[in-house]
Ligand binder design. Structure first.
Ligand SMILES: Nc1ncnc2c1ncn2[C@@H]1O[C@H](COP(=O)(O)OP(=O)(O)OP(=O)(O)O)[C@@H](O)[C@H]1O
Ligand SMILES: [Mg+2]
Length: 201
């Protein structure tokens, strides 16, 4: 733990930044089983927001593990640290005024709540989106062949098979991807952003 460090505030307040950028930075935190549709929805949402001239950026599970989190595995401790770092990074992006879309399984409530608390302390919106589909549906999709490997015992600690997934008890948005099309999921999230005044219509 570092000592003798002092936070140096900027010359632009959060309110000013919001006015100048004409949008309020926020983290849109997608959580759900592998193959539930987090990355698919995150990509479509990012594209939609950019086409509306909004500043948006996606932090995606696998991508972050190629760089920032390349030193982490999938055991519970590593997953905790993975999400802690993403929580901090997404908070920085949101603070910069970005509509930050994170797409991580993030299976533990405690980890997601930690990310939420970080945002709350900084008065930044944290929008938890439960990207939900039943295990049998995601297992049938299996776009990366991971469930097959997990069932064969080739991947340990696989969420939904050999590691837990704790569903969010009260997410801001709940999307059932076995019932809702990708385009509708994007519309639902974008409408939430408008309704809460984070972006202009
Ligand atoms: N309504 C829907 N919303 C999102 N994805 C859908 C939907 N219907 C079908 N799919 C398909 O489900 C799959 C979801 O895969 P995707 O990579 O987005 O999942 P993920 O949640 O990011 O998984 P992982 O945690 O492994 O990265 C894709 O093949 C997508 O085309
Ligand atoms: Mg993904």
């Amino acid at each position: 733990m570092a000592t003798n460090i002092h936070f140096h505030p900027g010359s632009v307040t959060g309110t000013e930044r919001t006015q100048l950028l004409d949008q309020k930075g926020a983290t849109i935190w997608l959580t759900g089983l592998s193959a539930s549709g987090k990355s698919t929805i995150a990509c479509a949402l990012e594209q939609h927001l950019l086409h509306l001239q909004k500043f948006a950026y996606r932090l995606d599970g696998d991508n972050v593990r190629f760089g920032l989190n390349k030193d982490l595995g999938f055991d519970e401790k590593s997953r905790n640290e993975n999400i802690r770092r993403i929580g901090e990074v997404s908070k920085l992006f949101a603070d910069a005024g970005c509509l930050t879309i994170t797409a991580f399984i993030s299976p533990y409530c405690a980890d997601r709540n930690l990310a939420r608390d970080l945002h709350k302390q900084a008065s930044l919106p944290f929008i938890e989106v439960f990207v939900d589909a039943p295990l049998q549906v995601v297992e049938a999709r299996d776009p990366k062949g991971l469930y097959k490997k997990a069932r064969a015992g080739e991947i340990k600690d696989f969420t939904g098979i050999s590691a837990p997934y704790e569903a969010p008890p009260s997410p801001e948005i709940h999307i059932k991807t076995d019932e809702v099309e990708v385009a509708d999921a994007v519309r639902i999230i974008a409408e939430y952003l408008v309704q809460n005044g984070y972006i202009s219509p």
